[in-house]
Design a protein around this ligand. Structure first.
Ligand SMILES: O=C(O)CCC(=O)C(=O)O
Length: 282
């Protein structure tokens, strides 16, 4: 279970039980600096997917962009050539891993905005258990500002109504209708924090938190006035995951690019857009 001595049996066990694990010191300062350069280039030239998730009265912003890896050499190099794919594959305990997509979350210094608690899979154009996100702060991040996870929630069976992120961005493209199958109101985690086991860590640049896409997570923000937060986030898919197009809408919506690439509901990810980047048979 060891990837260059980075992924241990404890990581695998923690991910399986809790739904999230943290791999510390996974990436070198040079790798992190390259991603910071990529994020800075991305901020200077946002893609058509970019959004400002939150802009406070005091001018603090939370910026989001996604699917930029093919236009940002530093992201492409990390995704194709770093050990991230192998780390994700070994943590999930799967036999192979495809890349799904990249996201950045950039909060200006002092931003208080916290991401509403949610699960990822219900927004995505895929369905399956072995689906994970790798959340990497590119600068040191205090526990109070790090992403939070509700322990074990990746195995909860309820289909929750999810946050409509369109209400945050006011952007037509983010609107998401209520789904007929998701009838259970989303639990008020923030209002009842003592009722849940909430996990987060002080994180250093180079650490990565890998979590299951069914896991309830949110938070971050609460930055000190002299602290910004740049996060680079990648999504990784195991062999049980299949494409699905959701009537209630998807965020980010990959249905058009998947269809254009000849992929449709029921297919596995593949091809140049969603390459297989690690296999334990290699
Ligand atoms: O960094 C954040 O605030 C949000 C991260 C998140 O929700 C995600 O990675 O799915």
């Amino acid at each position: 279970m060891i990837a260059d001595g980075v992924v241990t049996a404890e990581h695998v066990e923690q991910y399986a039980q809790d739904g999230v694990t943290i791999v510390r010191g996974a990436f070198s300062p040079e790798t992190i600096q390259s991603l910071v350069d990529g994020v800075d280039a991305n901020l200077a030239d946002p893609s058509e997917c970019a959004r400002v998730w939150n802009r406070s009265d005091t001018g603090h912003t939370t910026f989001y962009d996604t699917q930029c890896w093919q236009r940002t050499p530093q992201y492409r190099d990390f995704i194709l050539n770093s050990r991230m794919a192998e780390i994700a594959g070994r943590v999930m305990g799967v036999r192979s891993v495809n890349f799904f997509f990249d996201t950045i979350f950039v909060r200006s210094a002092g931003t208080q905005f916290r991401t509403p608690f949610h699960q990822d899979e219900p927004y995505w154009s895929v369905e399956g258990f072995d689906c994970s996100s790798a959340w990497m702060p590119l600068n040191d991040c205090e526990k109070r500002s790090a992403l939070e996870f509700v322990r074990g929630s990746h195995r909860w069976e309820e289909k929750f109504e999810q946050t409509n992120f369109g209400a945050l961005t006011q952007d037509e493209r983010d609107q998401r209708a209520a789904s007929e199958i998701q009838t259970v109101p989303f639990p008020d985690i923030e209002g009842n924090r003592d009722d849940y086991e909430i996990i987060s860590w002080d994180m250093a640049a180079g650490d990565v938190a890998i979590f299951n896409a069914r896991m309830i997570h949110g938070g971050s923000g609460l930055l000190r006035d002299d602290r910004e937060l740049k996060v680079f986030n990648t999504q990784w898919i195991g062999p049980d995951v299949k494409i699905t197009f959701r009537e209630e809408g998807m965020d980010p919506d990959h249905s058009a690019r998947m269809t254009e690439a000849g992929l449709g509901p029921g297919d596995r990810l593949g091809g140049d857009l969603y390459p297989e980047l690690w296999s334990n048979l290699l």
